[in-house]
Design a protein around this ligand. Sequence first.
Ligand code: PLP
Length: 402
Amino acid sequence: MDVNGSEAVKFSTARGYGMETLVQHAGQEPKIWSTDSAVIPPIVTSTTFRLPDVAETGDFVYARCGNPTRNSFESCIAALEGAKHGIAFASGVTTLFCVTNMLKSGDHIVSGNELYGGCSDQMKQITSNLNIQTTFVDSRDPKNVAAAMTPNTKMVWIETPSNPGLRISDIAAIAEIAHNNGAFLCVDNTFSSPYFQQPLKLGADLVMSSVTKYINGHTDVLMGIVCTNRDDFNERLRNFQLLIGAVPSPFDCYLANRGVKTLPLRMEKHQENAIAVAKALAENPRVEKVLYPGLPSHPQHELAKKQMSGFSGMVSLWIKGGLKEVKIFFKSLKVVLFAVSLGGTHSLTEHPATLTHDGLTAEEKEDLGVQDNLVRLSVGLETTSDLIADLEQALKAAIPEV
Ligand SMILES: *Cc1c(COP(=O)(O)O)cnc(C)c1O
């Protein structure tokens, strides 16, 4: 519709309307915004939508229960995950909170024991208060998951590859164990993104991602999403959007929708850089150990190859030294930034023992290899040789003698 057309001039001084009415209505006819020709979905910020009639609703009613910009993004991610439904929330951890809210008091969760720190902390500190207890097991061996199942187990939660040890769990095998016990499986797919792994196709019932990481990919949006093919789960999760209300803003949905347009290109380059960095670090005499699921030296490389089509941009390394050397290493970096989070265009590095996994007990840290000399790298999109040179010079500064 032409913005200068009849809808816009319906409200004009010539028609006798006052200034106070004109600021609300002139040129603001809802029809102007319902264009069917914009190439990029517009940001619709309206919190309410004009209704067709009494007891009749249009596609949209109120922003908490649905917004065109959000729906557009949700449909896009659902398509990438091979899902019927995508339900977005204000953050990754809110997404976990809403998924666990499908359980009730007395139910039980079996979870992988290596998770994003915020997720395991939520299960231990918040979900447990709802009388929903979680048993954490080493999910690299599906037998450990099977052994922890109880008649009350309603959900199995795994993160693969996991954070920060890049452990791989067998999605198909664990889905079967969950289903045989009447439970559902939710996979945290943040580290690989739907570009490299689609858990629903391997039997998972739900797949969640922190959109904050690879999906948005530009380190400027906090958001989470869960996708599913089950209509009953979709209905309940949509109800949480409505009643819990922790939904992302239209502006964030617009940014994430824009960010995801380059997901395939970014993931290919993240992977290319990560392989080069991991190979260079593996040959460095100042490095004790490097883990990258795409290298044959990773203990679960075969399983990773079976269920993933690529290995993403996350690399973990243990340097030869302790806290003192690690501190100098972080301080000496020039291209790679010392900051938490991951999956953005910049290369970031962080120290799990004191930052993301600080909440673990000393015993858990030992068990998961979260020692003081562990460094997590989110390899970004910079020039490959610049990244390698930066890491090498920082290692040299931290550990002068080898
Ligand atoms: C960051 C992250 C989360 C939490 O997401 P937020 O968007 O920060 O709330 C969950 N899982 C993994 C694997 C993550 O990396």
